[in-house]
Design a protein around this ligand. Structure first.
Ligand SMILES: Nc1ncnc2c1ncn2[C@@H]1O[C@H](COP(=O)(O)OP(=O)(O)OP(=O)(O)O)[C@@H](O)[C@H]1O
Ligand SMILES: [Mg+2]
Length: 222
């Protein structure tokens, strides 16, 4: 895709420039090496995201075939722990509220990625010193079905109404300039949606510019 070609073209241009600079201007060349390694790691992230997405798009294994029941609560708490340092680096407060045990069956790797992507966004798109809340509870719908309800809220920049559907599309970013600065590729939320839908669930967004965003994921428990 052209999203892969662009960084690749950038990389080969950097490499070429480096080759012609290295003798004449070693200091400048050192800067190119820095940029080269930044671009390489960005490309690595993109490749990982694309692999995750293509895995997510494969048909789900038959229920019970490969998946063993796991505690979604523990999975969510663990993922939040992993991102605590990232939140602290931006002086955010990360509040986690889960239930004792929410046992479900499914693709644990996908749900870990889902949780991580939502938290990473909340951390990334919130000004330093923000409040990020991760909640997990269960709900019974009117038809008697049990659901796990996972929500991630922030008091960050928010998403304009006109973009709220589109953020779930592949490579869609609201503010391209800002996203480039923060290193996003625009795949995170499409992975979130695929992961939710793969489990027969859904993801919903409520957001107000300048106030914050809430992403709510509903997953059937039975
Ligand atoms: N919590 C949020 N607050 C404000 N804007 C958000 C939030 N989450 C996502 N967005 C907007 O939606 C866009 C798409 O998000 P998505 O996670 O898919 O991509 P990304 O964060 O840009 O890159 P990636 O997740 O692939 O590294 C973001 O670029 C950002 O503009
Ligand atoms: Mg993201």
């Amino acid at each position: 895709s052209h999203e892969l070609k662009t960084p690749l073209a950038g990389l080969s241009l950097l490499a070429e420039t480096l080759q012609s600079t290295i003798k004449d201007d070693p200091e400048q060349a050192a800067k190119f090496v820095d940029r080269l390694s930044t671009e390489v790691s960005r490309l690595g992230d993109l490749t990982n995201d694309l692999l995750t997405l293509s895995r997510m798009e494969e048909p789900q294994p038959a229920p019970g075939a490969e998946s063993t029941p796991f505690d979604l609560s523990a999975l969510v708490e663990q993922t939040a722990d992993e991102l605590q340092a990232q939140a602290e680096a931006k002086q955010h407060q990360l509040v986690v509220e889960t239930m004792d045990q929410v046992v479900m069956q499914g693709d644990g790797v996908a749900l870990r990625t889902l949780t991580r992507n939502l938290l990473e966004n909340a951390i990334r798109y919130t000004e330093p010193g923000g409040l990020i809340e991760l909640r997990l509870k269960t709900e019974t719908s009117s038809d008697g079905r049990q659901w796990a309800v996972l929500s991630v809220s922030d008091n960050g920049v928010g998403i304009p109404l006109a973009d709220q559907q589109r953020v779930f599309e592949r490579f869609y970013r609201v503010d391209k300039a800002r996203s480039r600065e923060t290193g996003g590729t625009g795949l995170g939320l499409s992975i979130v949606r695929h992961a939710a839908e793969r489990h027969g669930g859904s993801v919903q967004l409520k957001s107000t510019v300048g106030v914050g965003s809430v992403f709510t994921v509903r997953l059937p428990l039975s």
